[in-house]
Ligand binder design. Structure first.
Ligand code: BG6
Length: 278
């Protein structure tokens, strides 16, 4: 029997494509006019077990270390279903829908019934992400974190500026979780950085991404923004990340991680993100 296909391609024409690996429903490539927008490490492991190092891993139901299961939860290491194969919409945009639900593996760590759908729409210069989580239980409430762990490809992270963080409170994971307030109008990453900015505005702009362009991030129902770059020392500790790759990426991650989403029986949570090349 032929091996089951593990990647799904949305092709909008004009060398504009989005590739999703069913392992984690990880977006592993987003090309706009043939220009790749996402960073994937040359050392990334595609063994269907480990989380893919780069692109857009889907973090759920836990952000960070987890007593009951792997760091950043199980969604990024599960094989997702292709709920709806790529389809061209009347606008010319292309959409596909992915899903997971509870099974023996998820219930061994997190004993709840759930259904998660992930709809991606590829537009000319935009990628839209619509997420829905449903709690089908009659009596059990559950809590979760969710985050889109986006690795943007950049020529030199030290030359990128990230807007929309000014005056926001952040938890600095590099400083044992100390809490600070951001004083800068635009944030530049020039060292090992791992911060959870809280109650951030709906929009961030990153300057100097590929081809010197700007990237707009718009998010809904994602109150937090995580900024991460491992820099040289941490890079060396990761087996699936090249020692010299850190200048070429920045993670700007939309999430609901500072406080959990509390989902009552029979209700649904929705969140979305739009990435736009400007
Ligand atoms: C970030 C976290 O979102 O992901 C970091 O804030 C973490 O603390 C990073 O190191 C990468 O995590 P992982 O599990 O993919 O190596």
């Amino acid at each position: 029997m032929a091996a089951a296909t593990s990647v799904v391609v949305l092709d909008r024409g004009n060398n504009t494509t989005c590739t999703i690996n069913l392992h984690g429903a990880t977006v592993v490539s987003w090309r706009v006019n043939n220009q790749e927008q996402l960073f994937v490490s040359k050392q990334a492991v595609f063994d269907g077990k480990k989380a893919i190092r780069g692109g857009i891993p889907f973090v759920f139901p836990q952000f960070g270390q987890w007593t009951f299961g792997p760091q950043h939860g199980f969604a990024r290491i599960m094989r997702w279903n292709l709920e709806k194969p790529p389809e061209r919409l009347p606008s010319g945009d292309v959409e596909a829908i992915f899903s997971i639900m509870d099974n023996d593996f998820t219930r061994s760590m997190w004993n709840y019934n759930f259904r998660l759908t992930y709809r991606l729409i590829l537009r000319e210069k935009e990628l839209h992400f619509n997420i829905g989580v449903y709690n089908p239980s009659k009596d059990l409430t559950f809590r979760f974190n969710m985050l889109l762990h986006t690795y943007f490809k950049v020529p030199d992270v030290r030359r990128c500026q990230i807007t929309g963080l000014h005056a926001c409170t952040y938890v600095d994971k590099v400083q044992d979780g100390a809490v600070y307030q951001e004083a800068r109008d635009a944030v530049t990453v020039c060292e090992y950085t791992d911060r959870i900015y809280q109650n951030t505005p709906q929009e961030h702009i990153i300057t100097n991404v590929v081809s010197g362009r700007k990237m707009r991030i718009q998010k809904y129902n994602f109150p937090d923004t995580v900024i991460w770059n491992p820099w040289s020392e941490k890079a060396k500790e990761m087996i699936d990340f090249g020692d010299d790759e850190y200048p070429n990426m920045v993670c700007v991650e939309s999430g609901h991680v500072s406080s959990p989403v509390v989902l009552l029986p029979g209700t649904a949570f929705e969140a979305s993100q739009i990435l736009q090349v400007m």
